[in-house]
Design a protein around this ligand. Sequence first.
Ligand SMILES: Nc1ncnc2c1ncn2[C@@H]1O[C@H](COP(=O)(O)OP(=O)(O)OP(=O)(O)O)[C@@H](O)[C@H]1O
Ligand SMILES: [Mg+2]
Length: 498
Amino acid sequence: MSADPIIRLEKVAKSYGGINALEEADFELFPGEIHALAGENGAGKSTLCKLIAGVIAPTAGAVWIDGRQVTLSAPKDASRLGISMVYQETSLVPQLTVAQNMVLGRERMFNSVRKVRNAARQVLQRLNFKVDPSQLAGSLSTAKRQMVEIARAVLNEARVIILDEPTAALTPEETDHLFDLMKSLQRSGVAMIFISHALEEALNHADRISVLRNGRLTVTGPARDFDRNRLISSMIGSELKQDTSAAKAVRAVHSALPVLRVENIRMGSMVNNMSFSVFPGQVTGIAGLIGSGRSEVAKVIMGHTKRNFGGGRIWFEGREVRYNVPAQAIADGIAYVSEDRKFDGFFETMSIADNIGLGWLAKFGRRRRLAPLSRMRQISQDWEKRLSIRCTDVDQLVLHLSGGNQQKVVIAKSLAQEPKLVIFDEPTRGVDVGAIAEIRQIVRNFAESGAGVILISSYLPEILDLSDRILVAKSGTIVAEFARNEATAERILHAAIH
Ligand SMILES: Nc1ncnc2c1ncn2[C@@H]1O[C@H](COP(=O)(O)OP(=O)(O)OP(=O)(O)O)[C@@H](O)[C@H]1O
Ligand SMILES: [Mg+2]
């Protein structure tokens, strides 16, 4: 590591109306360094990154780049100095193509659409990202949108690339590939900051780790000086209490009658004759690789994707149903915690209270006018406490919450519907270790109260830990089913792949 940092922050602070998102942070980034940021939801990680990327301006302190003090008043100031950021919530313009997004703000350097497309294609190929440059950004999966943002930074010839939770929406293979890519960028001198709630990623792939807690940068050191326990205790300021779920016995099926049954569901090329049942009082886990049709079948049940619906039958509480819009499913008592909160999880320009309140109102369906509105605020406050949503109060806009806390609002909004069946699609994506334990507890309690739960997760330990039954999806069908006590990671993976 060379002696001079590219970036140096000196006592940098950011406050929002008296709330300190970041306090007096001293931070250095050296050329060719991979630097991980760890910390709980709301600790200030994204804030630190946005200050470096010129997205927000500090309320105090000094920023030095290449030894010169600078004022970054817009992302283009940072980008001119070679600093690019890949955001936690994607920043692509959905109506533009991949290639147009990649050159956004620098179109003038390319004098034809074809040049733009070729430049984009070259970078995407070099990075081994299978994304078509002429596709609209809005039609891409979360993982692919992330790839486009990384490719944009590489196309910008950035010297510093900041990645805010880049692996949250990636498969294990895509994650490995990303870290290989980061190592190769590192060899060409690029410095990188990445945020991750997967502690192993920081421990295994970073040169140095900085930990934030409550807006304070509490410790920075070489990754080899950390292990999981030290990292957790510096994040939360104490030891994490042991998760006792694994010791739980399998919950018995309450009755032989399923709360939900789907038969031979087909949708486009993603879902091929999928059939399964979900019983009340149990967590039914659906494991499988990305693209195995798990989220798609959830969307079919919810009435989210009418267009490609290819047939099949759905029974909810013994009655055959076919929803045309999610509102109908919600009014019947089905809730869906989407994997993609930015697109269909919440209304970001509304407050926490209004979002949770909307969820609660939805359960009244067409009798909404009869809802006792005076209780709405109390209900939001109860959820805010139950999920430890970090905020000033429930009137705060969701837009102003950290990513993990936004995810908690999505969950609260769905559960406030008091659904009889809830579909959790990657519920702990982007939330910190402490909140993961809380959310898992909520999933379990919810099943214990007699409701049906579908848990879709790409993280096998989560499926194994929470589910009473585990279904394995592959190429749009259910190929295997295990009871909790017969399921192992090896058996599930074998079924998912072979
Ligand atoms: N625009 C804003 N207005 C008010 N408060 C904000 C704003 N942006 C962030 N905050 C607050 O600053 C704190 C730090 O947020 P930040 O996004 O940096 O957290 P984080 O460490 O990235 O968390 P996560 O892991 O959940 O993404 C949070 O309490 C958040 O609510
Ligand atoms: Mg964040």
